[in-house]
Design a protein. Structure first.
Length: 116
């Protein structure tokens, strides 16, 4: 499956942004989907994921502010980010996996910059 993330940009603190990730090549609904991020000088970290069933999981830093969703008809997964903080600045990557396996498929990343 090929993934393409977009929707990043520059936003002020407390603002909102919605990231999208379009998938192609395989049956999208068969995959768990996730969002990860990599901030300057830090390692990649998990942000949120959504299973085929629709069950969602969030990092503590994302709970209450971010919402992951998917539209299987559009082969797209979204990350709605509200109340953005400076520390949310990072390159955000979408990823896909066959359930119970590792995150094997990655998009190219989209940069989110939050100004304080």
């Amino acid at each position: 499956v090929q993934l393409q993330a977009f929707g990043g940009g520059l936003v002020q603190a407390e603002g909102s942004l919605r990231l999208s990730c379009a998938a192609s090549g395989r049956t999208f609904s068969n995959y768990d989907m996730g969002w990860f991020r990599k901030a300057p000088g830090k390692g990649r970290e998990f942000v949120a994921s959504i299973k085929r069933s629709g069950s969602t999981y969030y990092a503590d830093s994302a709970k209450g502010r971010f919402t992951i969703s998917r539209d299987n008809a559009k082969n797209t997964v979204y990350l709605q980010m509200n109340s953005l903080k400076f520390e949310d600045t990072a390159v955000y990557y979408c990823a896909a996996r066959i359930p119970s396996e590792s995150w094997a498929y990655w998009g190219q990343g989209t940069l989110v910059t939050v100004s304080s």
